[in-house]
Design a protein around this ligand. Sequence first.
Ligand code: NAP
Length: 313
Amino acid sequence: MKLLLPDSLPLAPTLPAGVTAVVYDAAAPVPEEHLDAEALVVWGSSRADLAAVAGRMPNLRWVQTLAAGPDAVLAAGFPGDVVVTSGSGLHDATVTEHALALTLALLRRLPQAAAAQAEHRWAPELGGVQPLRPRGAVTTLIGSRVLVWGFGNIGQTLAPLLRQLGAEVRGVARTAGRRAGFDVVAEADLDAELASTDVLVMILPATPETARALDATRLAALPAHAHVVNVGRGTTVDEDALAAALTAGEIAGAALDVTVVEPLPAASPLWDVPNLLITPHAAGGRPVGADALVAHNVAALLDGEPLRNVVAR
Ligand SMILES: NC(=O)c1ccc[n+]([C@@H]2O[C@H](COP(=O)([O-])OP(=O)(O)OC[C@H]3O[C@@H](n4cnc5c(N)ncnc54)[C@H](OP(=O)(O)O)[C@@H]3O)[C@@H](O)[C@H]2O)c1
């Protein structure tokens, strides 16, 4: 079996006898001489380069993306009988770090401190003696209510850390229940949760069902002191509605690691929205444990066993 590995990260999975690994340039379409491969690992390829070969690999049985969100590979148009597996689980720690960093930056007012520093101004409104729970503001995770919307691998890694820092954490997923020691509500019951949410952390995949999931109505249901953090996918937030809510002071702040259009164009009005912190899709970007996942799925494919992280489609 020919297995194509991208050159965008060092990969050295343990492979069974009979598997030939070929490294390809992830900055270009798979070259003609390797379109006969049966297995393709994807990391960092552009959507256009994937679409250019998706229907031209007659022997292809399996595509492993190392991204947690398989949206780019699904959009490329690989035939329906090609098994697609995601990299969910490879980004739990890094995206958790970033979600925590963004949440704390908002609550601890780091953008305001950076702005004051640029003016060489010791900002008394940001420091000194202060109440733990100031009226109309949330400035610490202690005693805060955090709602994690998208309670999968990353959400369940983040939630215990938020709890450790004093937050009361609940999750939102497609089905309700108790997961990893946390109460999870179904999306149908989300609206009832929003009014008592201090921080809404979104870690949703890009699917037709999640498009603009956070819309004007749901933003209006949040308290004025609430903060929103999105480390999932940009499509899950109605950016116009978010900009309007921040501009009108209907929520206190937001942080976006992902936007509908990436890279965010220099002319985008989002850059100048008040109390909006933007990072350039910086949360993940470095799959941890990719060799083990690829090795497991290659062996499973050859043995006719179930693969890990199969994407329903
Ligand atoms: N910013 C970055 O650099 C970065 C890096 C990695 C990943 N991500 C994004 O993070 C996403 C989540 O990653 P993950 O590994 O945690 O994925 P995951 O384990 O598959 O978890 C996804 C979660 O979203 C929930 N969900 C899906 N559709 C929903 C809907 N319509 N309503 C409510 N909940 C819904 C799922 O609910 P159920 O559990 O009920 O199915 C699950 O809890 C990825 O898809 C990717 O887009 C971003």
